[in-house]
Design a protein. Structure first.
Ligand code: GDP
Ligand code: IMO
Ligand code: MG
Length: 422
């Protein structure tokens, strides 16, 4: 498939990095279309772990990668990633391209993200505190500073000055924290320009040309469908368009260029941060699943909340993204459970039952999961070409309920631990 979107189908951390890595082997160009350093995509190859935050996961194979206009970039974090994963591994500079239209996360975005969460207290979102929300807010407010701005010191200084005039008021007067100093900041960002200049490119044009030349392009999403700013569980969402449609705006290509959409879903569900979660497990099985699945944030190290597979939410993800096939990851983690509840419908406040995701937030908050319990398989997955009968039934149940083929099943964290079906 010349242009394939890979999108998280739940609340993030579904194993997108691993699936992008799998498909990148036979691809030419891998592009990140949204989000920033709030993402953490993990790839494990021969016992070595790669944790990517902004650079697309295709870099592990040394593939040509790009960061599109829909992303926000923290230049300091990006330079560290380049040192570690591009130049540090002997890859050439033309392995990575950056859109000059991508907005930068500025130091005040980090301070505002942290201060605003502190101020919200019990009502906080539970953000990664990496400045994402404030950076996207400034983009919409037209007060943002883009990567292209750092290459003109005069423009850069002017934009920083304009932004600081407002941001320092907020920092000092509303949040009572130290203001940001102009001179040091302008000098620091000018120095980033030296490091980032070689990577700047017209990324929309690059992708268009690649597709015209018949090259295979992967479009990698950050986060997950239910964290989408427009369609997710607002306000407990991230601030970008995480869904497959976001790949078009975030890269700068038309929807007719997308050939396939791979939805990545865990065989169960996790969520980091606050917000409603109908299938969250009560009791000791939650901690057990967290330990078995290693469910701790890649970026923040926070405990991920764990729950049973939610097919109502996944059905919604199929609809929002136009998912053409599913990668069901971490099935191996379920090997240790005898009984596997799967949520097939929600019971709403008025007692009615629905298998569609509730449109109204209060219905979702109060939704009670209706479970069908499937049998466990009572043995660890051996990584062979076939699954135990009960594990196969679990996968087929998902396919049957969603009407979408599960084309890959994750059986372990390592690159090779995946079963390719049909
Ligand atoms: P992403 O943000 O969607 O790329 O996912 P993360 O990397 O944040 O979290 C997924 C975690 O599960 C990582 O530690 C992966 O190495 C691991 N992982 C991915 N697929 C599998 C799988 O099939 N089985 C197991 N046990 N671990 C997996
Ligand atoms: P990947 O790409 C899991 C969650 C945060 C928080 C909310 C808002 O690794 O799947 P933000 O910092 O974006 O303003 O936080 O979104 N969140 C993620 N959860 N995986 C992610 O990324 C996430 N990116 C953001 O925990 O609840
Ligand atoms: Mg992650």
């Amino acid at each position: 498939m010349p242009a394939t979107v890979i999108v998280g189908a739940q609340w993030g951390d579904e194993g997108k990095g691993k699936i992008v890595d799998l498909l990148a082997r036979d691809s030419d160009l891998v592009c990140r279309y949204n989000g920033g350093p709030n993402a953490g995509h993990t790839i494990v190859v021969d016992g070595e772990t790669y944790k990517l935050r902004q650079i697309p996961s295709g870099i592990v194979w040394g593939k040509e990668c790009l960061i599109g206009a829909g992303c926000v970039v923290d230049p300091a974090v990006l330079i560290d990633e380049i040192d570690e994963y591009v130049t540090g591994r002997g890859l050439p500079e033309d392995c990575l391209h950056l859109s000059g239209n991508a907005h930068m996360i500025m130091p005040w975005h980090l301070l505002l993200d942290q201060a605003s969460e502190r101020r919200l207290g019990k009502l906080q979102i539970g953000t990664t505190r990496r400045g994402n929300g404030p950076a996207y807010a400034d983009k919409a407010h037209r007060l943002g500073i883009r990567l292209q701005d750092i290459f003109d010191p005069k423009i850069l200084r002017q934009k920083i000055e304009t932004a600081l005039a407002e941001k320092n008021l907020w920092l000092e007067r509303i949040y009572g924290v130290e203001p940001v100093e102009l001179e040091e900041l302008a000098a620091r960002y000018e120095s980033y320009a030296q490091r980032l200049r070689p990577y700047l490119a017209d990324t929309s044009l690059l992708v268009d040309r690649a597709l015209r030349d018949g090259r295979r392009v992967l479009l990698e999403g950050g986060h997950g469908t239910l964290l989408d700013i427009d369609n997710g569980t607002y306000p407990f969402v991230t601030s970008s368009s995480t869904i497959a449609g976001g790949a078009c705006t975030g890269i700068g290509i038309g929807p007719t260029r997308i050939d396939a959409v791979v939805g990545v879903a865990k065989a169960y569900v996790t969520r980091v941060g606050e917000g409603p979660f109908p299938t969250e497990i009560d009791g000791s099985d939650q901690a057990r699943m967290r330990d078995l699945g290693g469910e701790f944030g890649t970026v923040t190290g926070r405990e991920r909340r764990c729950g049973w597979l939610d097919l109502v939410a996944l059905r919604y993800a199929v609809r929002l993204n136009g998912i053409t096939s599913i990668a069901l990851t971490k099935l191996d983690v379920l090997s240790f459970f005898d009984r596997l509840p799967v949520c097939i419908a929600y019971e709403l406040r008025d007692g009615t039952r629905t298998d569609e995701f509730p449109e109204h937030q209060s219905d979702f908050h109060a939704a009670r999961p209706v479970y069908e319990t499937l049998e466990g398989w009572g043995a660890e997955l051996d990584g062979g070409d076939d699954l135990p009968a009960a594990a196969r039934r679990y996968v087929e149940f998902v396919e049957h309920q969603l009407g979408v083929e599960v084309s890959w099943v994750g059986t372990g964290a390592e690159r090779e631990q995946v079963l390719v079906r049909g």
